[in-house]
Design a protein around this ligand. Structure first.
Ligand code: DX5
Ligand code: ZN
Length: 255
């Protein structure tokens, strides 16, 4: 039996794969709106075919859950590396795990374009964000619905994306929580005030009606699981979400 690959033990001379890096800072529509389908709602045993159905997306959202930070378990770096090798679009990895300080860099090393960890779980979020950027990934920080954003403001210049969870993390198919929108508005105002190009992401319960609320509040990057993979044609669903968001997008999103 082969020994398991331990990403953190790879020699530093091994260059990380950067399969889709050319599109890191771009997006399909060039409108400043990004639609990132979540493979949590995909058929796990037909992942290659599922990924082929979302070629019109900007990123594929990859939910890593560890049964500790959230009461659900998905997959780890070995699976994410195969998704990285197979996906037609870059990876937006969302780590719902404890001790991201230790584990998050491995996902950047395997070539994920964006790696987001939870503020509630990180011991040193600033150092971790800088480390992810140093490896070459976009650095993201997520907050659960009840977590205040105060701790994020001092990190704004050191991250590329802030994820405001619009459901309790752990499961797909939950209802959007509109009470999270004031946090998004405050972040959008602060980003605008500073001239920041940080992306503001929402995740959970996003569909054609709720995406309008989130875009109105200042989000520019939208995760959708069931609304995309539950549709007969995921690319049509992506286009519908994109159009709905565009009707409500803030000017600051078009960077
Ligand atoms: C929830 C995950 C989400 C989930 C969203 O913890 O982070 O990415 O897949 O699923 P929907 O869009 O179905 O709410
Ligand atoms: Zn997610």
């Amino acid at each position: 039996m082969n020994a398991p690959v331990r990403l953190s033990e790879r020699p530093p001379t091994v260059a990380p794969r950067r399969i889709h890096r050319a599109r890191d800072n771009g997006c399909v529509s060039d409108s400043g709106i990004r639609i990132n389908p979540s493979i949590l709602a995909a058929d796990f045993v037909n992942m290659q075919a599922e990924l082929a159905r979302i070629a019109g997306a900007d990123f594929v959202h990859v939910d890593v859950m560890d049964n500790h930070f959230v009461p659900n378990l998905t997959f780890g770096p070995q699976m994410v590396e195969r998704v990285q090798q197979t996906s037609p679009v870059p990876l937006d990895v969302h780590l719902m795990i404890t001790d991201p300080d230790r584990w998050a860099p491995g996902y950047a090393e395997l070539g994920a374009a964006s790696v987001t960890f939870h503020l509630e779980a990180a011991a040193d979020p600033l150092a971790l964000a800088r480390r992810l950027r140093g490896i070459g990934a976009r650095a993201g920080i997520a907050v659960k619905p009840a977590t205040p954003i105060d701790g994020l403001l001092e990190l704004l210049d050191d991250v590329d994306q802030i994820l405001v969870m619009t459901v309790e993390p752990g499961f797909g198919g939950q209802s959007f929580m509109p009470e999270t929108m004031p946090k998004l508005r405050a972040l959008a105002d602060e980003a605008k005030r500073r001239g920041s190009s940080v992306w503001l992401q929402v995740d959970g319960g996003i569909g054609e009606s709720t995406i309008a609320l989130a875009a109105d509040a200042g989000a520019d990057t939208f995760v959708a699981g069931s609304a995309v993979f539950g549709a007969a044609d995921p690319d049509v669903a992506i286009a519908g979400l994109r159009a709905a968001a565009a009707r409500h997008a803030h000017a600051h999103g078009a960077h």
